[in-house]
Design a protein around this ligand. Structure first.
Ligand code: THG
Ligand code: FGR
Length: 189
């Protein structure tokens, strides 16, 4: 049984999808803690509803990223990997060095296209006919880590941005848990 720390900053539907998948008999993982950098984020309530411990870290309380990450590291229970599920903060050397090739991120576009904080909108505004979701290892760059898995999402004619966001999230809720499970089965995390 692997233990995972999930990092999230917002709504938490991917956290929920991972938590739901963890309940399956053959999931091979449990979520030991949710780490959140936004004190009011809805994901915190989702973790509380599931009795999953939450570590809320307000980065304003720390002099710099290294100090905040050092605190996070000191509070983490033993975990095998960090899973970034809508975590909107760049992971710094402190956590990167503590979890080499053990930090996984979900991106809502087909990297290397449309990296950054608004991958769905950037792809939509560009007018792509196909976008998708990417699961990748996290490295010191932004959305530049080795790609692990990708799935396409077709942009149908007349589709609104809201409809594309919903389609992307639906795909994410399939791809992310399946990819985490596969990584564990392969012994990668
Ligand atoms: N290590 C590292 N950390 C990461 C990711 C990574 O793959 N590498 N993937 C991240 C995915 N989410 C983000 C979070 C923040 C930003 C971000 O803040 N971008 C600023 C630039 C910030 C900066 O340069 O520090 C921008 O303007 O685009 C981009 C993707 C999460 N943290
Ligand atoms: O990789 C770059 N940026 C990260 C990023 O944009 N992540 C995206 O945030 C959303 C979180 O949704 P939630 O799970 O909170 O409902 C989800 O779509 C992630 O792909």
């Amino acid at each position: 049984m692997k233990s995972l720390a999930v990092f999230a900053s917002g709504n938490g539907t991917n956290f929920e999808a991972l938590a739901n998948a963890a309940q399956a008999a053959d999931s091979h993982y449990q979520i030991a803690v949710l780490v959140c950098d936004q004190v009011q984020a809805p994901v915190i309530q989702k973790a509380a509803a599931r009795h999953i411990p939450t570590l809320v870290v307000n980065f304003k309380d720390y002099a710099n990223k290294a100090a905040a990450e050092t605190y996070i590291l000191s509070q983490l229970p033993p975990v095998d990997a960090l899973i970034l599920a809508g975590y909107m903060r760049i992971i710094g050397p402190t956590l990167l060095n503590a979890f080499p090739k053990r930090i996984i991120n979900l991106h809502p576009a087909l990297l290397p296209s449309f990296p950054g904080r608004q991958g769905i909108k950037d792809a939509f505004d560009y007018g792509v006919k196909v976008t998708g979701v990417t699961v990748h290892y996290v490295d010191a760059g932004i959305d530049t880590g080795e790609i692990i898995a990708q799935d396409p999402v077709r942009v149908s004619p007349g589709m609104t941005l809201a409809q594309l966001e919903a389609a992307i999230h639906h795909q994410e809720h399939q791809t992310f848990p399946a990819t985490v499970k596969q990584l564990i089965e392969e012994g990668a995390i």
